[in-house]
Structure formats: structure tokens, C-alpha cells
Design a protein around this ligand. Structure first.
Ligand SMILES: *[C@@H]1O[C@H](CO)[C@@H](O)[C@H](O)[C@H]1NC(C)=O
Length: 241
């Protein structure tokens, strides 16, 4: 039984390796249509994760903790907990630039995301915390920049090696944020908060929060590209580079 499953695993690995097309279609770096298709194909095949290749699930993507310091006069800190993000598997390819001399890539995708979780609003100045449910719906452009190199494995196959990434985010529309009734009531019932209520509704704050969530989510997206580069040959990614 052990031998059989080892055999099946080997067989599966071999078929993914030789048939890189199952995860990706090689594209020319300026062929937007091909890059859009291969992005979609990769996301469909990997969105639930492939543990044996260290490819992590991204749809839904779970973020246990995210803290944001608002920098207002109540010294507000927003602690987001148990965030579940859906929609990353439908991200759309938007742009890719590759500099073969500097060996760097800029990859941009667009994502319509739904986020649910809990937020603890900590008002440090007045030693008060309120907790409630939180949902956000929005569209963002996520841009990942990373350097790359090459590595030849022990079977003589050449691979990309993806370097550390930097991620930036732009919102495409105004995110729609809904606070749970427990939070809304807590804010209404507290005079000092009532006055400040508009602060929490500020579009700029909501965009900042959304982008922090997107940036955190894209770390896993880039992780999966890096993991795929370790198992798939360089030729599975791009043509003529
Ligand atoms: C987050 O989820 C865990 C596990 O379900 C739960 O124990 C914890 O209370 C949750 N945290 C918040 C702040 O809701």
C-alpha cells in the first residue's frame, strides 16, 4: 500500500513536471492574450493549493491577523482577525514587464475581492476597545516586483529562481465596507465616538485598509509563483527569454 502510493505520487509528480502545460502555457513576454490565459490556467489549477509542491491555497485565503495604526487623535489601532478573502482565483492579468538585463519582473493583476472577518477597534487614547464583524468588497490592482535568477537542478533542468518581492496596491473603486450591528451600536451609543464616527467612514482610511489586506494576500500569490518555479522548468513559463 505504501509502495503503491509512493508510486502514484511519483507518477503524479512526473506528469506535472513533464506536462508543465497542465499548470502553465509558455508565452512570449509581450503576448498579453497568452499571458492572460496562462494566468487564469495557473490560478485555476493552484488556487486550492498543491501541498507537495508548497503551493498554498489562495481562494479562499485566510489571514489570521492584520494590525493597522490609524494615526488619529484617538490613537486608534485596527486589529483585523480571521480574515477570509475570496476572489483571488479570478484575478485578471493586467500587465507584465520583464527586464532581462536587470533580471527583474513587474507583474500586475486586477482582483475583485470579498473579505469577511472580525475587527477590534482599539481606541488607545480613551482606553476603549470595541469588537464586531467586518466585511469589505472592492477591486484592486496589485503589483508585484521581484528579481530573478537561474538555477540548474540535479537532473540538468534549468529553473527560474524568484527573488524577494515588493508589493504595492491601488484601489480601482471605493471599497464597500459594512460593520456589524454590534460595532455600529457601540459607536452610536458612545458620545465621544459619535463625534469621531466620520473618521471611520473616511474613504481614504477604507482604501488604506483594503490595500494593506491586498498586499498581505499577494505575498502568498508570489509565494506560489516562486514555488512553481522550483518544480517547473524555466521553459514552462516564457517563450524566447
Ligand atoms: C478567530 O478564529 C478562532 C478559531 O476559529 C477563534 O478561536 C477566535 O476566537 C477568532 N477570533 C476572533 C477575534 O474572532
Amino acid at each position: 500500500m505504501v509502495r503503491l502510493s509512493a508510486f502514484l505520487l511519483l507518477f503524479y509528480s512526473a506528469s506535472v513536471l513533464t506536462d508543465g502545460g497542465s499548470l502553465l502555457t509558455p508565452c512570449k513576454v509581450d503576448d498579453t492574450e497568452c499571458l492572460s490565459k496562462t494566468t487564469q490556467q495557473f490560478l485555476e489549477k493552484t488556487c486550492q493549493g498543491i501541498p507537495e509542491y508548497d503551493i498554498k491555497p489562495i481562494d479562499p485565503l485566510f489571514i489570521p491577523d492584520l494590525d493597522i495604526v490609524v494615526g488619529d487623535d484617538l490613537e486608534t489601532k485596527l486589529h483585523y482577525k480571521n480574515l477570509t478573502i475570496t476572489g483571488l482565483k479570478n484575478q485578471q492579468f493586467s500587465d507584465m514587464k520583464m527586464d532581462t538585463e536587470a533580471k527583474s519582473v513587474v507583474l500586475q493583476t486586477r482582483a475583485d475581492l470579498n473579505i469577511i472577518g472580525t475587527v477590534i477597534v482599539e481606541l488607545s487614547k480613551i482606553h476603549k476597545s470595541i469588537t464586531g464583524s467586518y466585511t469589505l468588497k472592492g477591486t484592486a490592482l496589485g503589483t508585484s516586483r521581484y528579481g530573478y535568477g537561474f538555477r540548474t537542478d540535479d537532473k540538468g533542468i534549468e529553473h527560474y529562481e524568484v527573488g524577494p518581492e515588493t508589493i504595492s496596491c491601488q484601489t480601482v473603486n471605493e471599497p464597500e465596507v459594512t460593520l456589524g450591528p454590534e460595532l455600529r451600536e457601540a459607536i452610536e451609543q458612545d458620545d465621544s465616538l459619535k463625534e469621531k464616527k466620520e473618521n471611520f467612514k473616511k474613504k481614504e482610511l477604507q482604501k488604506l485598509v483594503f490595500c494593506k489586506m491586498v498586499e498581505k494576500a499577494y505575498v502568498t500569490v508570489v509565494h506560489n509563483i516562486r514555488a512553481a518555479a522550483k518544480i517547473l522548468p524555466k521553459s514552462a513559463f516564457l517563450d524566447g527569454v
